[in-house]
Design a protein. Structure first.
Length: 579
């Protein structure tokens, strides 16, 4: 607002200055023109006087000559002598006054006529002086030879006077018109200047009122703000602080402004604060600066500062937010993060111990299991003819249980390796994996009718071997639980979501009760009897573990006797990041 106002004021005063300059220039120009017009009019008046004077001089010369001719007394020659002495001077003056205002030939004709008239009179006077009264001279006078020349001369002078009178009238009219125009222009310019001045005064008044309102709003904001506002000087003292500063630090405004503010800063933060103050004094700006201020109770509060300098006034305007609670929360978060890190390390260690234990147990169980399986087989061959049906059934149960136990141990080892093996992230063609998996099951389902419904699957980034195990488990389950149907309907597809891609394997098998869906992905968890459907209950646990390691999730939807659909997702962001 201040800059806009200053710009308007500058433009207003510039306009007034331009108008005043125009008025002065116009006044000077008009004054020169008026002066020139007046001078021209004065010359015209002088020309008229000189013309009249020349005519009078010639008349005086004529009168003196005639008196001398008639009386013969030289006392009558006095007017003639004066005329002869002044006529040339008057003609010279007349030429100067008429220079440029009348044609040159008219002046020359007048000069010639005056010269002739004076020569004629001089010849008469000289003749009379020579013979004491020449009859020829008197005869010249009687026949009015001089009168004719004098009449012609009067006509010349009258023409010149008429021309000069017209010029005088025109020059006076021009002078009056110029005076009127000058006055009108001056009135117009003065009116404009007064209008601009009044507008400027109104603008100043408006600005002062707006500035007063702005000052009130600023003071209200300064007073009511919850943040600390202050004005600091280059001498290291606060010049002004708001009530929030008193509330945050506990000191009164007088106490805060009566001591260097460095005294209130934590000793560890003083050097950094001093550097920041010097940077501000050199014209820099502070956007994000933290330090600790001592309160009146002796503890310290963390303040986050933003500041800007006013170099002309040697002042710094600053605002600070109390971030003490934020700092405590930040320290608590760091502490919790460290505790979480330690717990994660402990949990990782426990997981490794558990996996090692599972692997060890699974591996150590193989030896006695091999003994059970081996000796059971030997016993079956040795006592083949001596065992009754019950004994044979018992023996077959032992052999089948041993085989099932072996399968369970193998699955446990696979499950253990899934947790310990390092993942390889690479682009994976899931369509190729599905092709391979279906081909591997071809012999097992050679006698069954299976209708495969497949959708194109997008490529992902992940561990190919692990993702192959996911599809092996899901397709195996679909084939197993749809085995009671005349035709197994198995659909494999995917759908695209905003942040992830969801894959699914759907079958038309026996399904399950969704009330027990949370047990599906647990180790050894089964929703069907082993006598009805084979399995160890580890396959889906492997699926969840593999998908989780890829950053996804696994779940299932089903209805009893209406089939089941198993889903797993792969996050897009992680796929791209891994790539």
């Amino acid at each position: 607002m201040t800059r806009r106002f200053e710009s308007k004021i500058k433009k207003g005063f510039a306009g007034i200055a331009i108008i005043l300059a125009g008025v002065i220039a116009l006044a000077v120009a008009n004054s020169n023109e008026v002066r020139q017009a007046n001078q021209a009019a004065a010359r015209a008046e002088d020309s008229l006087r000189e013309l009249e004077g020349i005519l009078v001089t010639l008349v005086d010369a004529e009168t003196g000559m005639r008196g001398y001719v008639i009386t013969g007394q030289e006392s009558y020659l006095e007017p003639y002598d004066r005329a002869a002495a002044t006529i040339n001077r008057r003609m010279t003056r007349l030429k100067q006054l008429l220079d440029g205002s009348v044609p040159e030939n008219q002046i020359q004709q007048l000069q010639s006529a005056v010269t002739d008239q004076m020569a004629f009179r001089k010849s008469i006077v000289e003749k009379i002086k020579a013979d004491g009264g020449s009859e020829a001279a008197r005869r010249s006078i009687r026949i009015d030879e001089g009168k004719r020349g004098m009449d012609d001369l009067r006509k010349m002078i009258e023409r010149l006077e008429s021309s000069e009178n017209r010029a005088l009238v025109q020059r006076r009219q021009k002078s009056e018109a110029m005076n009127e125009r000058t006055v009108g222009t001056l009135v117009l310019f003065v009116t404009l200047a007064v209008g601009l001045l009044i507008s400027g005064l109104m603008l100043v008044r408006h600005y002062l009122a707006a500035r007063e309102r702005l000052e009130e709003e600023r003071n209200r904001f300064f007073t009511l703000s919850d943040d600390l506002y202050c004005v600091a000087g280059a001498d290291g003292f606060f010049k002004q602080v708001n009530p929030a500063a008193e509330r945050i630090l506990g000191f009164s405004a007088d106490e805060l402004t009566s001591r260097p503010f460095l005294e209130l800063i934590h000793p560890d933060d003083r050097e950094a604060t001093q550097r920041e103050a010097e940077r501000l004094a050199q014209g820099g700006r502070t956007v994000y600066f933290e330090n600790r201020y001592r309160t009146k109770t002796g503890d310290y509060r963390w303040l986050l500062w933003s500041a800007a300098p006013a170099p002309k006034d040697n002042l710094i305007y600053a605002v600070a937010k109390d971030i003490t609670d934020h700092k405590k929360t930040e320290q608590r978060i760091i502490q919790l993060a460290e505790e979480t890190k330690q717990r994660a390390a402990q949990l990782e260690g426990l997981n490794k111990e558990l996996e090692a234990f599972s692997y060890s147990v699974s591996h150590d169980l193989r030896a006695p299991l091999r003994h059970i399986a081996g000796f059971s087989d030997m016993l079956q061959r040795h006592a083949d003819g001596s065992l009754d049906e019950k004994g044979k059934r018992y023996l077959n149960t032992i052999i089948d249980s041993a085989k099932r136990m072996g399968t369970l141990i193998d699955d446990l080892l696979v499950f253990s390796r899934m947790g310990r093996s390092e993942m390889r992230r690479e682009p994976v063609n899931l369509n190729a994996i599905v092709d391979e998996t279906i081909a591997e099951f071809a012999l097992d389902i050679a006698t069954r009718r299976v209708n495969w419904k497949r959708q194109p699957l997008p490529d992902v980034v992940g561990d190919r071997a692990m993702l192959k195990q996911v599809f092996v488990n899901l397709i195996s389950n679909a084939l197993k639980y749809s085995g009671t149907r005349p035709v197994s309907e198995i659909e494999i597809g995917a759908r695209d979501e905003a942040d992830e891609t969801i894959f699914f394997v759907r079958d038309n098998g026996v399904g399950f009760d969704m009330a027990y869906a949370n047990k599906l992905f647990g180790v050894f968890q089964r929703l069907h009897e082993s006598t009805q459907f084979e399995g160890t209950g580890i396959g889906l646990a492997n699926v969840r573990r593999i998908v989780a390691r890829h950053g996804g999730r696994a779940w299932a939807e089903a209805e009893l006797d209406k089939g089941a659909t198993f889903y797993f997702s792969m996050p897009k962001a992680k796929n791209h990041a891994a790539a």
